[in-house]
Write a protein that binds this ligand. Structure first.
Ligand code: NAP
Length: 466
């Protein structure tokens, strides 16, 4: 057999997870000059784009335009999409290794970090990730229930996901109608009784994880006023010193915006967004039916660690917030893939710079790589995954040159397609997705909305008459 990467013997790569990292890895592979490469991109959902479809807030439609770049990648010769195919269920890693020279895992972070406080198991306390997946029409979450009859809600954490959740809770039906939010979520949120949303940060304004456009957007809501509390947004001496030392203009601007909200007065809007700082939940209290009815919070102060970062420390001042619904938004977390080494304490695939590592030998598993959130954890914006995926693919290409990839018994595109078709007759090709996409756009246009999503796999299959 000729060298791998030639017309007679193309380099065959399977990428598992069709979110941004999967597409960025594909794009970088297809950029290689002088190599013939075939990429099969798999996803457990029939639809591609991962968090761009199921995570990015529906009122941030512009961010979703990155899919145009992914569409261009999907047009390259040698590209195939296998949607609705799940690794570990429809096909195993061992089987994949018979058909490909390399595998790249780009499955993102599908769950979240727990909040271990008394009362955390009460009904009415949810991971923000579930609410996000629900309002975005992720098929696994469409039947989840959130009690929007409650008037007061707390969102724990002040990253951009917390901001998304708080904003969506405060949008008017008219604002939501302009988005591609799932139809059942539009309906439920239109009937929502929510009046006050608390967003709770454990550190101060200078350490807020949300970005400036997100906090500015809080001040521009159609029917919600935003407030901060003067004594919580005054910088403490440690934050003051670190901010002036770093001369970080971006953070200074962010702090100014946060501080400006402290003098806001109610303007008669029907909802309130209250961003709190230097507070941590310590307990959830339930009613006689086991439902959240209140949250105890403790006020924090900051101290400097030996490494120089500012961390929160509880004081003896506490407070009780009457809230009937709680979302924790304190970070996503990856889940293990069957047959793939996992670092359980970090919630990522066990890897060194993107090469999957065998936990026993501590050596790379030949031909297996990872990129994106399942490689490095849930940080950064969509574009952050591009250099990350490029770095992993470059290691793959180095290993190709050094002869360190998999030597598959059947490096045959038709053979693996036949196996997938036998295991999952309802698999989706990219052409299938494009038809579904057209239908969603047309159904949306009929209602004056950007898109009306299919939210169940059965409905997607039926829509294509498969
Ligand atoms: P994140 O940015 O890491 O924020 C997590 C937040 O949870 C932080 O405020 C963190 O506080 C807090 N937290 C962690 N443990 C906590 C605890 N035990 N108690 C209280 N608070 C706790 O995570 P994310 O919001 O899930 O976002 C993930 C990534 O996606 C981020 O990079 C984000 O920027 C990105 N994203 C971007 C957009 C956008 O561009 N519009 C939208 C959504 C998400 P500390 O800082 O004190 O640890």
């Amino acid at each position: 057999m000729s060298e791998v990467g030639t017309v007679e013997n193309p380099l065959r790569v399977a990428i598992i997870g069709a979110g941004p990292s999967g597409f960025y890895a594909t794009e970088h592979l297809f950029k290689q000059k002088g190599l013939t490469i075939e990429v099969d991109l798999y996803d457990r959902l029939p639809t591609p784009f991962g968090l761009v479809r199921n995570g990015v807030a529906p009122d941030h439609q512009k961010i979703k335009s990155v899919t145009a770049v992914f569409d261009r990648t999907a047009k390259k010769p040698g590209f195939r999409f296998f949607g609705n195919v799940e690794l570990g269920k429809d096909i195993t890693v061992e089987e994949m290794r018979q058909y490909y020279h390399a595998l790249i895992y780009t499955t993102g972070a599908q769950t979240d970090r727990p909040m271990n406080i008394p009362g955390a198991d009460l009904e009415g306390h949810h991971p923000a990730t579930e609410f996000v997946a629900w309002y975005n029409g992720h098929p696994d979450f469409r039947d989840y229930q959130f009690d929007l009859s409650q008037e007061r809600v707390a969102v724990v954490g002040i990253g951009n996901v917390a901001m998304d959740v708080a904003r969506i809770l405060c949008r008017t039906p008219e604002e939501l109608k302009q988005t591609d939010i799932a139809d059942y979520a539009l309906d439920a949120l239109s009937k929502s009784n929510v009046k006050e949303v608390y967003v709770l940060g454990r550190r101060g304004p200078a350490q807020a994880a949300f970005t400036t456009p997100e906090i500015k957007e809080f001040g521009e809501m159609e029917d919600a006023d935003v407030f901060t509390i003067p004594e919580e947004v005054e910088l403490d001496p440690l934050s003051e010193a670190s901010l002036s030392e770093s001369a970080d203009r971006g953070t200074q601007r962010k702090v100014e915006i946060i501080q400006s909200y402290a003098s806001n007065q109610p303007t008669g809007k029907s909802r309130k967004l209250i961003v709190r700082f230097l507070v941590s939940p310590t307990e959830l209290f339930g009613d006689e039916n086991g439902r959240v009815k209140a949250m105890k919070i403790v006020h924090n102060e900051l101290y400097k660690t030996d490494a120089g970062s500012l961390r929160p420390k509880a004081t003896d001042k506490t407070e009780v917030l009457d809230v009937g619904l709680v979302f924790r938004s304190i970070g996503y977390r990856g889940v293990p893939l069957p047959g793939v080494p996992f670092n359980d304490s970090w919630g990522v695939i066990l890897n060194e710079d993107g090469r999957v590592i065998n936990p026993d030998t501590k050596q790379p598993v030949p031909g297996e790589y990872t990129a994106g959130w399942i490689k490095r954890g849930p940080s950064g914006v969509i574009g952050t995954n591009k250099p990350d995926a490029v770095a992993s693919v470059d290691l793959l290409l180095t290993d190709l040159r050094d002869g360190n990839l998999i030597a598959p018994t059947t490096p045959d595109a038709a053979a693996i397609a036949a196996l997938i078709a036998a295991r999952q007759p309802h698999y989706f090709t990219y052409a299938d997705w494009q038809k579904l996409d057209e239908l969603e756009l047309a159904n949306g246009a009929a209602q004056g909305r950007p898109r009306l999503k299919f939210t169940s796999v059965a409905a997607m299959i039926a829509a294509l008459g498969k």
